[in-house]
Design a protein around this ligand. Structure first.
Ligand code: BDP
Length: 346
C-alpha cells in the first residue's frame, strides 16, 4: 500500500459511505490545492515523540524525520515519528533521563552525555580512539557497534543506530591555538561527561561541563573562552560569531546514537519492533549523505564569515597526553578488550 492510499484508507476506515465520499473529496481537493499536510502524522495510530537538540534541517533531525516516513509507510500508518527539534523537550542530559523513564519515546543524542551512565559508551568517546572518520564508521557499522548498541538495554533504552558526527576540534574567542602549549589555562566548555572534563585537564586547560544551549552566551560573556565541536555544530549554533579561532586538532570522533525508550519499544508488536529497527538502520546512509554535504557547507560558511582555521597541528603531543585518561576510564577487562578490538580494526 502506498503512503497516499494508506492514508486514505486510514482516514476513511470503515465509516459510512457518506463519510468516505466526503473525506475522499476533501483529501483530493486538498491534494489539488497543494495543501495536504506535510506530515500525515495526525492520522497515525501511534506517534513516537523524538527529541533532538539540533534545529530543523540539521542532518540528524532530517534523518529521524525520514525514518518516520519509512515507518508510516511500512506499518500502514500504525507508527509515525514527530521530531521535537531545537531542544524543545530539553537539553540532552535531561532528555536522556526522560527517555529512560519513557516520557520521551525516542532520542537522537551524542554518545558523550551517556558516558557517566553507560560505561561501554566511553570507549568510542575516547580521544583519538579512531584514526579517522572512516575507521569510526567501519567499527560502528559492524559487530562492535551492535555490541555497544546492545549495552543500552541494561539502562531502560534500546539502541537503534549510530549516526555520523565528524570530528570535534577546539575553538575559542581569544587567540589562534597552534600547539598543545597554547591551551594552557584556557577555559573550555565540554559536554556533560567526566571523561571530557579529564580530557581537557590532561591537555592543560580547564573544562566546564555545560548544556549545549548555554555555550553561545557563555563565550559571549567570557564565562568560557571557547568550546569544541564539529563544523556543522560550530556553524549552526552561531558559535563561530563569538569564537573565531578554530584549531583542527580533531581530538574526538564521537558517534551520535538514536535510542528508544524500552517501555515504548516493548509496547510494540514483534513485527513493528523489527520495522523500527530496520527503518533506523535504513536512515543511516540517508543521514550520512546529508552529513557529508553539511560538513562542507558549514566549513565554507564559517571560513567566509571570517573564522581563522588553524590546520597545521602536530597531533602527537595531544595523543600522548591522553594516556592517563585511558588509564583512568578503561579499567575493566571488558573495556580494555573493547579498546584493543577497536584499535585492531583496519
Ligand atoms: C553536537 C552533537 C549534539 C551534542 C552537541 C554538544 O550533535 O548531540 O549535544 O554536539 O556538544 O555535535 O552538546
Amino acid at each position: 500500500m502506498t503512503l497516499l492510499t494508506g492514508l486514505r484508507s486510514r482516514l476513511i476506515g470503515s465509516e459510512s459511505h457518506f463519510w468516505e465520499e466526503t473525506m475522499t473529496k476533501t483529501f483530493v481537493s486538498a491534494l489539488l490545492a497543494g495543501t495536504v499536510l506535510a506530515s500525515a502524522s495526525f492520522a497515525c495510530e501511534t506517534t513516537l515523540r523524538s527529541s533532538d537538540t539540533h534545529s530543523e534541517g540539521y542532518p540528524t533531525v532530517v534523518a529521524v524525520q525520514l525514518m518516520g516516513e519509512m515507518l508510516e509507510e511500512r506499518t500502514d500508518g500504525r507508527l509515525c515519528i514527530e521530531v521535537f527539534h531545537s531542544a524543545q523537550l530539553g537539553e540532552e542530559k535531561d532528555t536522556i533521563e526522560q527517555t529512560q523513564f519513557g516520557v520521551i519515546d525516542m532520542n537522537r543524542v551524542s554518545l558523550g552525555p551517556f558516558n557517566n551512565i553507560i560505561p561501554e559508551t566511553q570507549v568510542p568517546s575516547l580521544p583519538y580512539i579512531f584514526r579517522s572518520v572512516e575507521h569510526m564508521n567501519t567499527v560502528m557499522d559492524g559487530e562492535i557497534g551492535d555490541e555497544i548498541l546492545e549495552s543500552f538495554s541494561a539502562h531502560d533504552l534500546v539502541g537503534l543506530a549510530f549516526y555520523d558526527s565528524g570530528a570535534r576540534s577546539f575553538y575559542n574567542s581569544q587567540k589562534p591555538i597552534e600547539s598543545m602549549a597554547d591551551l594552557a589555562g584556557m577555559k573550555f566548555r565540554v559536554q556533560q561527561s567526566d571523561l571530557f572534563v579529564d580530557m581537557v585537564a590532561a591537555l592543560g586547560a580547564n573544562a566546564t561541563p555545560m548544556p549545549f544551549g548555554e555555550v553561545y552566551s557563555g563565550i559571549q560573556t567570557g564565562v568560557i573562552d571557547g568550546a569544541e565541536n564539529n563544523w556543522p555544530s560550530y556553524e549552526s549554533t552561531g558559535h563561530y560569531e563569538v569564537a573565531k579561532y578554530y584549531t583542527l586538532d580533531q581530538h574526538l570522533i564521537v558517534p551520535e546514537v538514536l535510542v528508544m525508550a524500552k517501555s515504548s519499544f516493548e509496547a510494540l508488536s514483534a513485527e513493528d519492533q523489527a520495522i523500527v529497527r530496520q527503518a533506523a538502520k535504513d536512515s543511516v546512509p540517508l543521514m550520512r549523505e546529508r552529513w557529508i554535504a553539511r560538513e562542507a557547507a558549514s566549513e565554507q560558511l564559517v571560513r567566509d564569515a571570517g573564522s581563522e582555521v588553524i590546520t597545521d597541528i602536530d597531533k602527537q603531543p595531544f595523543i600522548d597526553a591522553m594516556v592517563p585518561v585511558y588509564e583512568k576510564y578503561i579499567t575493566s577487562p571488558e573495556l580494555i578488550d573493547l579498546v584493543a578490538r577497536i584499535q585492531a580494526v583496519e
